[in-house]
Design a binder for this molecule. Sequence first.
Ligand SMILES: [Zn+2]
Length: 529
Amino acid sequence: MQTNKRQLTMMEMMTRKRDGVGAAPRAAPGPPQPDALDEKLAAANRVFFGHGSFRPGQQRAIRGALHGRDVVVVLPTGGGKSLCYQLPALLTPGVTIVVSPLLSLIEDQVSALLGAACGGIPAAHLTSGTKEAASRSVLHELHKAGEGRGELGLKLLYVTPERLAASPTFGECLAKLHRRRLLARFVVDEAHCVSEWGHDFRPDYRKLGNLRRSYPGVPFMALTATATPACEADLRRSLKISPDALAHRTSSDRPNLHFAVEDYSEGGANDVREAVVDFVRRRPGQCGIVYCMTQADAEACADLLSERCDDVKAAHYHAGLSPANRRVTQAAWQAGRVHVVCATIAYGMGIDKADVRYVVHASLAKSLEGYYQEAGRAGRDGAPSRCVLYYRRQDVAKIRKLVTGFGRMKRRGPRLQRDLDKLDDMVKYCETPRSCCRRQRLVGHFGADPGPGNGDRPCCDLCDRRAGAAAPPRAAPAAPPRRGPPPAPGRARGPPPVRAPKPADVVDLLGGFSSDEDVAYPARKRRAR
Ligand SMILES: [Zn+2]
């Protein structure tokens, strides 16, 4: 708690310096006048996070939260979702409980908060990865504050849904805090995990609606990057979101991303590998991600890229690596010492790297929701970036098999059907007729209409083709203007090597289905607080 006390003092000093920004809601019982509140929010955003302005939708969501309303936020990846609850947490008495699905995501968020521009924001996590001493210290602070015997310094506490459900001591602390009105808000991050219509469904998320009964009157905020209208309706029902909740849904369109699908159904797996090498080679020095179907594919792809592309440093990353190895690779990538990471799709749900110039899928994704989330890791800095998927019809059967399960693990019932329907949507995206726009199909899937094209900006391979453009001329700035033709389908070098998926591959491919986060995503040991 030493750290917290120090950080709180710094925060308080900061707050006092900015004429009572942090104390505003405490001092005034009703919400302040609009302009006064806007000014205070802008000042708080600058002081605490070092941001000069808000991104679209943030201010509205924050205002809704400060008025004590439930809030539902659908903002695309890179849209700044976290600020929507972090800023209100700092401006509201008590502690905000943030439920998040992944240990790595939680640890990244907490370390970002502890290192925030203002000198640190008091945050902590309680997960299976939290050290025993740190857990005890957090619970002790909550307990004392709940009994009125101590100050509550902690502003944001991140937990996994499993921890929330499984720890009676934690529950008691929350009940005490609730009685003293120190439970500011429940935040459900990656809220699509609540819904069976979401692509990362987690059964423990389903129980979060029970918090309503246990802690009446505590407002909720649900945030996600990708939710179809059906998914959003389901998560609202499940979390018992109030009908007068403030909802902010930004169009899921990402105009700086160029989408393309290269059909290699007639070719072999080797042709896809060659095409990936070609794609990466033409972008030396650029930062990218190549998603592969299996761990073995990811390793082979990284080796091939390192061997065949001068000036490109590639590394693999998947759930089969030790936490230490993954940390090293991720740090090297983050620092730009590794250009390309070849990963299975379980990789990096919480990755925050702004200058990813391309995301290549060397095989099919299992849903359009998953695909868009992965592809959306490109171009978070707003600069033109490319999302290419190499499609082989043969992959559909492989993924269908993995989704359906094997032998005794065979799945049945409506959830399986939904997952198969999602795979169908993914296939339809890949097989979008030439007369249509791929971006429109993609964005339309998430309930928004991006309009007939992307203005004068790059749109998709199909629009390029119709515009008579030679294959992608308007690439990211550093890309050369022309590319060689893809290998002719007839030049397949024999049938693709068939390899039965290992259990670990299944975990990677179905990353989102795993309810045991510690199996799929082992904790990265780090200083918890
Ligand atoms: Zn288009």
